[in-house]
Design a protein around this ligand. Structure first.
Ligand code: GTP
Ligand code: SPV
Ligand code: MN
Length: 618
């Protein structure tokens, strides 16, 4: 960590020596020579941002363990973090965000381009010129009295053909500490960048954390993100949704690869290893599926699931094989806490046992943490996520429904050995899934890639606490990417269809729904570790080994094709979970119109054709 008290000079910080020069009037190349050793484009950009935001201090982070410890110490001293019980949870801290800032805010998220058409009908759009102007006023002097942290980071395993450099400037200590977990942060980013100016410019300030002055603006044409007024999750950790999904999806469209809201996991049975990628909307089960532990009888039969990633996949076609390969651009997990426990997700519990930042959970009297669903019964008393005394009689939740843990992936006992492999892994199946209490069956397979794109494009899911707004209403969330497509959804769909022609053999595409309920409101499927039974059918289908019936929706297993050994369920229960009610499905197809109407005359012809075929099957 190098720091200095400055007004407008980053140069002093960089060289660590006093400099009385008038930087504002210094010509560019003279300034560049002053930043000896630092990438000139970065230096110039930092200087501009610092001159705008006017922090008291600029601190350049190098990503070392000692620096991290120092940041956390400082956070405790400043009241940003609460140090948790270090015997129970070594290296763990609690952070409470502003209560008005607890989830992504899609209404404040913009794609900023010169033309509205580039953002399309599903994104908020601002003219890039207007956005810069508006946000410049907000950033102006916003870091007075604060420290500006400079965070160099890499998204993707170092050396990967898709790995990319970002630099985030932020006035949040919490964000700085979190970026060190979520990305490959530090010197490696400068080495990878060299003298290039190809890095994502990520400028962030919490500002006054005012929801009325909150803007998460993406400038895909400038490889730039300006985020103001939020310190939480996807709004503020700019490497994640902003860079690795919104900006990267645009870059992938331009250069023939894909950035998707997908987990990546490996399934090993004996000597056979199969990798799958799955797109479920926010808080719909990616982390859990990526860390799945098979039930005992499967374990004994040699089944193992390992994690490459739990939230984002970058995928490209390997020219040598014509197959789709994937990397996880992240280095950590920002996972949902409510519902996570020793039974549902033991790997997540082990992952967050150390070196973890817990956000918006309850604090127990012994310095441990708690959230709804962690234990079968709540603690007698604790401090809730707002910092207030809480008992089970308090009448509200102790942890926020979108409370999360930030933990390094290296803590995951099920981390796949290829998680750091720059060559990525070959993807055999793509699985789409939503949270649907009725209508949508447990599992089916698309007839082919093009039909699979339709299945993904029409994905519906009940909204969750991961984004602000109403929870539990079905909305279309194409490919689980509705909030994350950084360009026109019309072109996004076309890109998916066109990827087919780039591949000689493409992944098989499936749809799952772990969340269907019976009339009593109980889940029809046990979920979590038992999902391996569905995965078994999926993998066998990929390798041409499992039977499937042709149905109106696609290929489906017969109830007897799902292994129920060791489960109390009977084939008739699978029948219930798989039931297709044609009348209900007609209503579902009508509800897809909600999205298609937005695309109006731009709906790709492939979608129209596939839809006609579906209707004629009904
Ligand atoms: P983001 O990080 O927001 O992108 O979410 P995610 O898709 O990684 O969701 P996550 O795995 O964290 O799951 C969210 C919630 O769904 C948690 O409360 C889980 O306990 C619950 N959940 C996950 N898998 C299952 C399942 O198979 N069945 C049921 N019933 N619930 C599940
Ligand atoms: C999601 O909402 O899909 C997340 C959490 O993964 S956040 O990083 O806040 O977007
Ligand atoms: Mn996510």
């Amino acid at each position: 960590m190098r720091s200095t008290d400055i007004n407008d000079s980053v140069g002093k910080m960089w060289q660590g020596q006093p400099d009385e020069a008038q930087h504002k009037s210094r010509p560019a190349d003279e300034a560049n020579s002053h930043y000896a050793g630092m990438n000139a484009h970065v230096a110039e950009w930092i200087q501009k941002c610092a001159a705008l935001c006017r922090p008291d201090r600029v601190v350049l982070l190098c990503g070392s363990a000692a620096e991290r410890a120092e940041l956390l110490e400082q956070g405790v001293a400043e009241g940003v973090f609460v140090r948790l019980n270090q015997t129970k949870l070594p290296g763990c801290y609690l952070y409470r965000s502003n209560p008005n800032d607890v989830a992504r805010t899609e209404q404040n998220t913009y794609i900023c381009t010169p033309a509205r058409d580039m953002a399309g009908p599903t994104n908020n759009w601002m003219h890039s010129r207007d956005a810069y102007e508006k946000l410049r006023l907000l950033f102006d002097g916003c870091m007075r009295g604060r420290t500006l942290y400079v965070i160099p980071f890499i998204m993707g395993p170092i050396g990967s053909p898709l790995a990319r450099v970002g630099v985030q400037l932020t006035d949040s200590l919490y964000v700085a500490a979190s970026m060190g977990v979520m990305t490959r942060m530090g010197e490696a980013a400068w080495r990878m960048l060299g003298t290039s100016d190809e890095f994502t410019r990520c400028l962030h300030s919490v500002g006054q954390c005012d929801p009325d002055k909150r803007y998460i603006c993406h400038f895909p044409l400038d490889n730039t993100i300006w985020s103001f007024g939020s310190g939480y999750g996807g709004n503020a950790l700019l490497g994640k949704k902003c860079m690795a999904l919104r900006i990267a999806s645009f870059q992938g469209f331009a250069h023939g690869w894909m950035a998707e809201h997908m987990l990546i996991s490996g399934v090993q049975v004996g000597n056979e290893k199969t990798y799958v990628a799955a797109a479920f909307p926010s808080a719909c089960g990616k982390t859990n599926f990526a860390m799945l532990i098979p039930p005992e009888n499967y374990k004994q039969a040699g089944w193992r699931v390992s994690t490459i990633g739990d939230d984002i996949a970058w995928m490209w076609v390997d020219e040598a094989t014509g197959r789709l390969r994937a990397i996880n651009p992240e280095a950590g997990y920002f996972g949902v806490l409510p519902g996570t426990n020793q039974t549902t997700n033991p790997n997540a519990m082990a992952t967050m046992a150390r070196d973890t930042i817990y956000t918006n959970v309850a604090l127990l009297p012994d310095g441990d943490v708690w959230w709804e669903g962690k234990t079968p019964s709540p603690p007698a008393h604790c401090t809730d996520w707002l910092g207030q005394p809480w008992t089970p009689a308090s009448g509200h939740k102790a942890a926020h429904p979108n409370s999360r843990f930030t933990a390094p992936m290296r803590n995951n006992p099920a981390l796949d050995p290829a998680a750091d492999d720059p060559a990525g892994v070959e993807i055999s199946a793509i699985i789409f899934g939503g949270r649907r209490s009725c209508v949508i069956p447990l599992v089916y397979q698309a007839f082919n890639w093009m039909h699979g794109v339709y299945v993904g494009a029409t994905l519906g899911s009940e909204t969750t606490a991961a984004a602000s707004g109403k929870v539990g209403v079905v909305r279309r969330d194409p490919m689980a990417m509705l909030p994350f497509i950084g360009y026109n959804i019309r072109d996004y769909f076309l890109h998916w269809f066109r990827m087919r022609a780039r591949m000689s053999d493409c992944p098989r595409i499936f749809h799952v729904n772990w969340f269907r309920k019976n009339d009593q409101g109980e889940f029809l499927w046990p979920g979590f570790g038992e999902n391996i039974r569905i995965l078994e059918w999926i993998i066998n289908r990929c390798h041409g080994r499992a039977y499937a019936m042709e149905t109106v929706l696609g290929w489906m297993p017969r109830p007897t094709d799902i292994n129920l050994n060791g489960l109390a369920l009977k084939p008739k229960d699978i029948e219930a979970a798989q039931k297709i009610d044609v009348e209900a499905f007609k209503a579902e197809i009508l509800s897809e119109e909600e999205l298609f109407l937005k695309l109006a005359g731009d709906l790709p012809k492939e979608i129209i054709f596939i839809r006609e075929l579906l209707i004629s099957r009904l």
